[in-house]
Design a protein around this ligand. Structure first.
Ligand code: FAD
Ligand code: NDP
Length: 365
């Protein structure tokens, strides 16, 4: 166990270094790449981009690689701590990624995203380290305003790949034990050795919590599901799966209040929401499954969203209700939420954007 923990700490140090490194080269890349203008200009001589990609996780970078190789000269706005996440997306908040194909030994989340970014740039993507604050999809070319900019970018097509942010409890000790026992993704982290044959806690009462608790029983000695009310929000089928799993204990009317331990998490203080009493539960893992917030606020009614704020795509593929605007990755997916599924839909979005541009805009190019 201690070896495992040492390697976790080493990864953490690497991440902190990378966090600093990531921004410096990004900003330099921004300056260099912004000088390269798009091929097309409007009547006033202002550039019109063929493809604007907003967001820089696996979906955005995969879209950029495909679009750049198809000579669309994509312009990517990678965000500046947009949605509280660094450029590169959610994987920059984790340590080892062990389920992305091509890396049999696993790969650090930052390294994986840096490699994707390098690959995008290598094929000619222009990457700008700024956040898009506003869009106007009621006109064509579409308009998008970067933060601190008065003039909008004009683009013939847009791929939205702004991801989602996992909600956090913001309890005492959370920062200390984040990635040291606390995780927001059981499917990603559950198989790590530090969680094997241990008592694990899952917070939440929805489908994700039910699914993640069930998933964790493959590794844990016991899983306790902390539900803040006395009912589930999860579907009946998922509830049944949880209730009939002998390794899962359902702890009703209970919220987590504090994470404790030494080098890593070993204990959680919880409170009974009815009696108000607090107690400690020994546990090696605390998994949040309390929902995600899709990064769609900046769209401000320009695109059809579902009732929870995710972009509605399809029925097949990545099209949205606005022709020429596509969406890929977690911003439109609340079911799978994996790097590889985000990358896959990024590829689809680029291919669909390329086809759409060919069919609809040749006259305007
Ligand atoms: P994201 O990765 O969310 O990236 C979106 C990017 O767009 C962010 O950088 C954001 O700042 C930026 N952005 C947002 N708004 C704007 C804007 N207005 N303008 C410009 N930029 C903007 N998946 C796995 O497959 N394996 C794992 O091991 C794994 N581990 C995980 C661990 C954790 C802790 C978490 C939270 C998730 C993990 N996942 C893992 C899930 C995986 O990270 C996501 O499914 C994937 O990153 C989604 O990719 P995406 O491209 O859709 O968006
Ligand atoms: P949900 O919003 O459905 O559920 C979130 C859960 O977390 C709720 O039980 C909520 O409690 C609880 N919660 C929220 N905040 C806190 C907090 N601060 N402390 C304690 N508990 C908290 O999110 P999900 O991610 O579960 O699901 C999102 C969507 O994705 C849903 O539509 C779901 O059906 C779908 N989904 C479907 C799956 C499938 O079909 N296999 C798998 C995963 C997701 P409360 O109920 O009291 O509000």
């Amino acid at each position: 166990m201690s070896n495992c923990w040492e390697s976790f700490n080493r990864s953490r140090e690497i991440i902190d270094k990378k966090r600093h490194q990531l921004f410096k080269p990004s900003r330099i890349a921004s300056i260099v790449t912004r000088k390269m203008s798009a091929d097309n200009v409007d009547k006033k001589g202002e550039p019109i981009e063929k493809l604007l990609i907003i967001g820089s996780g696996p979906a955005g970078h995969t879209a950029a690689i495909y679009a750049a190789r198809a000579s669309l000269q994509p312009l990517m706005y990678e965000g500046m701590m947009a949605g509280g996440v660094a450029a590169g997306g959610q994987l920059t908040t984790t340590t080892e990624v062990e389920n992305f194909p091509g890396f049999p030994e696993g790969i650090n989340g930052y390294d994986l995203m840096n490699k994707m970014r390098d690959q995008s740039i290598r094929w000619g993507t222009r990457v700008v380290t700024e956040t898009i604050k506003k869009v106007d999809f009621s006109v064509h070319p579409f308009l998008a305003w970067p933060e601190d900019a008065d003039k909008p970018i004009k683009a013939l097509s847009v791929i939205l790949s702004t991801g989602a942010t996992a909600k956090r409890l913001n309890i005492k000790g959370e920062e200390t034990y984040w990635n040291k026992g606390i995780s927001a993704c059981a499917v990603c982290d559950g198989a790590l050795p530090i969680f094997r044959n241990k008592h694990l806690l899952v917070v939440g009462g929805g489908d994700t919590a039910a699914e993640e608790a069930t998933f964790l029983t493959h590794y844990a000695s016991k899983v306790s599901l902390l539900v803040r009310r006395d009912v589930f929000r999860a579907s009946k089928a998922m509830q049944e799966r949880v209730r009939t799993n002998p390794k899962i204990e359902i702890v009703w009317n209970t919220v987590a209040e504090e994470a404790l331990g030494e080098e890593r998490l070993s204990k959680v203080r919880v409170k009974d929401t009815v009696s108000g009493e607090s107690r400690f539960i020994d546990a090696s893992g605390l998994f949040y499954a309390i929902g995600h917030t899709p990064n769609t606020t900046f769209l401000d009614g320009q695109i059809t969203l579902d009732e929870t704020g995710y972009v509605v795509t399809g029925p097949h593929g990545t099209t949205t209700n606005v022709e020429g605007v596509f969406a890929a990755g977690d911003v439109q997916d609340k079911i799978y939420r994996q790097a590889i599924t985000a990358a896959g839909s990024g590829c689809m979005a680029a291919l669909e954007a390329e086809r759409w541009l060919q069919h609809h805009t040749e006259a305007k190019l």
